[in-house]
Design a protein around this ligand. Structure first.
Ligand code: NDP
Ligand code: 8X3
Length: 255
């Protein structure tokens, strides 16, 4: 029987790359995100190449009722989720704390932390009932170190790493694994979202060096998911070769 992976934020970037990676490894997929048309296209594209079952759940992770409705609607077969990838997340804005906007901060806290908590809580209930499961949380370099202008985004990602450790402890006796992937700069739609559609500003983020791709991160996620049952990879922290810290990046490569 094929395994099942539940991916939040599969409509772009790292989540989309995870969908492709797990499909190439013959897993069935539950792909989620707000942009339904993207998910439908992804499903059609993957199924044109791989013989896997794909279920779309389109909802906003910030909406607890929507999270509960969707996860409760999983039938007996789709409820047998082997791996949850908590990937949906974003940065909104970058600037000094004293100039920050409440609306940006709330979007990050509600998505990166509360959304992850809602999806996890609902799926953990299924995992406990199934007697199996593995949660892989996408944190960030921003969850390991804080950097200027990153304030609340960094706080949410520090929170994701803290919560991962706490979940690992609490779920230990349920046989449910918990792991974290903490990437550095990855060229996805992340910066376009952070800079609110300003493509010039977004492109600057990746200028002069080779960033990670969504596929690079998906390889780490799959490596974690494919370990034997008795092995739990606690965390993978991956950076572009040209990046040493959030702010120390060798941008000498000619574009
Ligand atoms: P993208 O912007 O490319 O993708 C983000 C995904 O999250 C989209 O599929 C989006 O779907 C989904 N999403 C955002 N908000 C919500 C919401 N409220 N409800 C449901 N889905 C939502 O960015 P990345 O792929 O780069 O980001 C994925 C994760 O990786 C994030 O948690 C990010 O913080 C983390 N990360 C990214 C790094 C980077 O440099 N790119 C580095 C380290 C970590 P939709 O808009 O359709 O809802
Ligand atoms: C995204 C990477 O360094 O811009 O989490 O915060 S960073």
């Amino acid at each position: 029987m094929k395994k099942i992976v539940y991916i939040t934020g599969a409509s772009a970037g790292i989540g989309e790359a995870c969908a492709w990676k797990f499909a190439t490894e013959s897993w069935n997929l539950i792909i989620t995100g707000r942009r339904k048309e993207r998910l439908e296209k992804l499903k059609a594209d993957i199924q044109s190449q791989y013989s896997v079952d794909i279920l779309i759940q389109s909802y906003d992770v910030r909406d607890l009722n929507a999270v509960q409705e969707n996860i409760n609607a999983l039938d007996l077969t789709w409820s047998q989720v082997d791996v949850l990838i908590n990937n949906a997340g974003l940065a909104v804005g970058k600037g000094a704390f004293q100039e920050g906007l409440y609306d940006d901060w709330e979007r990050m806290i509600d998505t990166n932390l509360k959304g992850l908590i809602y999806v996890s809580k609902e799926l953990v209930a299924k995992m406990i009932a199934n007697g199996k499961g593995h949660i892989i949380n996408i944190a960030s370099l921003a969850g390991i170190e804080s950097y200027g202008g990153g304030n609340v985004y960094c706080a949410t990602k520090h929170g994701v790493r803290a919560l991962s450790r706490a979940m690992r402890i609490d779920l230990l006796h349920q046989g449910i694994k918990v792991s974290t992937v903490s990437p550095g700069a990855a060229d996805t739609e992340f910066s376009l979202v952070r800079y609110k559609g300003d493509k010039q500003q977004a492109d600057k983020t990746y200028q002069g060096f080779e960033p990670l791709t969504g596929n690079d991160v998906a390889e780490s996620v799959y490596f974690i998911a494919s370990q034997p049952q008795h092995v739990n990879i606690e965390e993978i922290f991956l950076l572009p070769t040209a990046q040493a810290t959030s702010t120390i990046i060798d941008r000498s490569e000619a574009n």
